[in-house]
Design a protein around this ligand. Structure first.
Ligand code: GLP
Length: 263
């Protein structure tokens, strides 16, 4: 696992966007050989999405042959709801780049049969030959997508009950009222993320520092789902100095040394 510690959020986003753009361009995607990208929501990826939009407008990358799968969606929020992840993705990325509508996939939290929706999602991912690169963020409790602590590290896409911690953190998007935050979500599993050929997780700010410390310096444990990355053959955690605040000095020095000085 690589750990890149950038000075601040802006640098973290620029590095991540430029890395992914290089991966897409290096892949030379075509209609019959699309680049399959997993994507997150949340405030963490917003800076990366702004960079994608800029680079797309400047002609440095096209998303015409990129197929995307989002990590998760609330159960019970219609796509048009201002806090649905569908709305988040169309507003903050898809409507501002050249991706065709049929190329992006987001779980439908309003599906009549949620189990079937999850099964179909896994099949759709497999139908595209799996995910080439999964970009993700983490929750303050170390969750990836909506895989809360205690989630099976072999889990697949399914319905999850959200922890009160997560609902409280996300209440900021629902007028600060935790009761308005859906109690359940559909989420890809830890196993779904682990099957991606490459995983990049962005971690920013001091509130994520304890989760990052547990994932990097602790053992692999379902109590910190992010720690599963220790078992991934090609994973990169990209963080800023605030998020690295709970890591031991030697850990920071070690990862900075092996990455060289250009961070
Ligand atoms: C939600 C999402 C996660 C995301 C997390 C962190 O819980 N389900 O996929 O990583 O929020 O969000 P933020 O980046 O806003 O801290």
């Amino acid at each position: 696992m690589r750990l890149l510690i950038h000075r601040d959020y802006e640098k973290l986003c620029k590095w991540t966007a430029s890395y992914i753009v290089k991966r897409i361009n290096g892949y030379s995607p075509k209609k019959d050989k699309p680049f399959v990208l997993g994507l997150p929501t949340g405030s963490s990826p917003l800076g990366v999405y702004k960079e994608f939009i800029r680079l797309n407008k400047e002609g440095k990358v096209s998303f015409a042959d990129v197929v995307t799968f989002n990590m998760d969606e609330y159960v019970g929020l219609p796509a048009a709801h201002k806090e649905s992840y569908y709305r988040f993705m169309t507003d903050n990325l898809f409507n501002q780049i050249d991706i065709p509508k049929e190329n992006y996939h987001i779980l439908n939290g309003m599906a009549a049969n949620l189990e079937k929706e999850c099964k179909n999602y896994e099949e759709a991912i497999a139908g595209f030959g799996g995910i080439e690169l999964f970009l993700g963020g983490i929750g303050e409790n170390g969750h990836i997508a909506f895989n809360e602590p205690g989630s099976s590290l072999a889990s697949r896409t399914r319905v999850k009950t959200l922890s009160m911690d997560t609902r409280l953190v996300n209440a900021r998007f629902f007028d600060g009222d935790v009761k308005q935050v859906p109690a359940k979500a559909l989420t890809v599993g830890v196993g779904t993320v682990m099957d991606a050929r490459e995983v990049i997780i962005i971690v920013s700010g001091p509130k994520k520092a304890r989760a990052l410390q547990a994932a990097v310096e602790g053992s692999v444990s379902h109590m910190c789902p992010l720690s599963c990355l220790q078992m991934h053959p090609k994973a990169i955690i990209v963080c800023d100095e605030d998020a690295a605040g709970e890591l031991k000095n030697e850990t920071v020095k070690y990862f900075k040394d092996i990455e060289g000085k250009n961070i």
